[in-house]
Design a binder for this molecule. Structure first.
Ligand SMILES: [Mg+2]
Length: 144
């Protein structure tokens, strides 16, 4: 089976490492791609510059507070693009602000998750995201 490509947009290396470990333990064959800011996320999605050979991700895990281009802007650009908008975007952020929750759903985020502070719980959450979005949900076939 073709591995699932996941794009993680996360500027905190500790959180990125934890997510990576959680996904390595998972049952689904996946390739995790990590970028550290919003500009790189858009370059990855449009296969620009160093990301020319990268695949279209099947799932995007997006932090909100990011350098260079904010996660909210990244989300808006993805959901305004006729091709990219079908990729599910899971907001994974330390923010619990009601304003962020409302705003990101208004921007068509597929779901909003507040990052657990506890490490074990964080790993559990990443595994749940993965099993739900990649094993249970039926996603549209890739279109170009
Ligand atoms: Mg951040």
């Amino acid at each position: 089976m073709k591995p699932i490509d996941i794009l993680l947009v996360e500027d905190n290396p500790g959180d990125a490492e934890l997510a990576k470990e959680a996904l390595e333990e998972s049952k689904v064959n996946n390739n995790l791609h990590i970028v550290g800011d919003g500009e790189q996320a858009m370059d990855f999605l449009y296969m620009r510059g160093p990301f020319q050979d990268k695949p279209r991700p099947d799932l995007i895990l997006l932090d909100l507070n990011l350098p260079r281009k904010d996660g909210r802007e990244v989300l808006a650009e993805i959901k305004n693009d006729a091709n990219l908008k079908r990729i599910p975007v899971v907001i994974l952020t330390s923010s619990k602000a009601e304003e962020d929750i409302v705003k990101t759903y208004d921007l068509h985020a597929n779901c909003y998750i507040s990052k657990p502070l506890n490490f074990d719980r964080f790993v559990e959450v990443v595994k749940s995201i993965e099993s739900f979005w990649l094993s249970i949900v039926v996603l549209p076939k890739e279109t170009e």
